[in-house]
Design a protein around this ligand. Structure first.
Ligand code: SF4
Length: 258
């Protein structure tokens, strides 16, 4: 059981240090086309909890909408590129508290971008293989999706930041998150640093979340659309963004006993 209250408390204590570390990345301007926001960014648990706290300050209807979008994102991202759940049109709804990955995007050199794209392609190949083992062939536009290098991001002031500086800041963010204890590593190894995955598991439990994803994936590949996703996001709509609070546990039990 994830100790949410304790995690949130520790994350709040670490937040000033996280803000200070991220502030060493230069403020940037970009074309705001949202092209790099096609996917939910990889993030640390500390950053995920900060996004959760940001959303807790929103009107409840917006929170529920985000919660549904995160669940939908997790359920459908094997078959389509859904767009980051925090993207509204071409604007980021959490711009001030967006994770390191989003802040650094476009600041890397072309060579570093290429290295990261190759690592990401290798990871996608492994995912493709796992689905193949279930008898499911994922579409090429997903397995070969690769965000283009962005030439539009510009640091507002000061000299360009080097790849080494970006790496050092990334290491500091990860070190801060590691102070949350074993759950930080758990978030990376069990949830692949995917906030949508973690939230869906908090709502449905691990087995049901994975079964739902396979069911939705088969349905979309077979029929080109999915009515099942709505059933699952309906459950998400039935509870507020508590990420593991009692309401979520009650809803989960209700679905699992169906
Ligand atoms: S969090 Fe914001 S900046 Fe990052 S990918 Fe999502 S919409 Fe884009």
């Amino acid at each position: 059981m994830i100790p949410w209250p304790e995690l949130h408390l520790r994350a709040r204590e670490l937040e000033p240090a996280l803000t200070e570390t991220l502030s060493r990345l230069p403020a940037t301007d970009c074309g705001r086309r949202g092209a790099c926001c096609a996917l939910l960014p990889p993030m640390t648990l500390l950053e995920a909890l900060r996004l959760g706290r940001t959303a807790m300050g929103w009107p409840i209807v917006d929170r529920l909408r985000l919660q549904c979008r995160l669940v939908e994102y997790f359920l459908e991202n094997a078959v389509r590129i859904p767009g980051c759940p925090f993207l509204e049109g071409t604007l980021c709804r959490v711009y001030e508290t967006r994770p390191y990955g989003c802040r650094a995007y476009g600041l890397w050199s072309g060579q570093a971008h290429e290295r990261q794209a190759r690592a990401s392609a290798a990871a996608k190949k492994a995912v493709h293989k796992a689905w193949h083992g279930l008898g499911i062939e994922l579409p090429r536009q997903v397995t070969h999706h690769r965000p283009a290098y962005c030439h539009q991001v510009r640091a507002r002031m000061g000299p360009p930041v080097s790849d080494q500086d970006l790496e050092a800041i990334g290491r500091e963010v990860r070190a801060l998150s590691a102070r949350l204890g074993p759950w930080d590593q758990e978030f990376q190894t069990h949830y692949s640093g995917d906030l949508g995955f973690m939230l869906t598991v908090a709502l449905l439990g691990m087995n049901t979340a994975l079964q739902a994803k396979v069911e939705v994936t088969r349905e979309i590949l077979g029929r080109g659309k999915c009515g099942i996703t709505d059933q699952w996001t309906g459950l998400a709509r039935a509870t507020v963004l508590g990420w593991g609070d009692e309401t979520s546990a009650t809803s989960r039990n209700r679905v699992q006993s169906r």
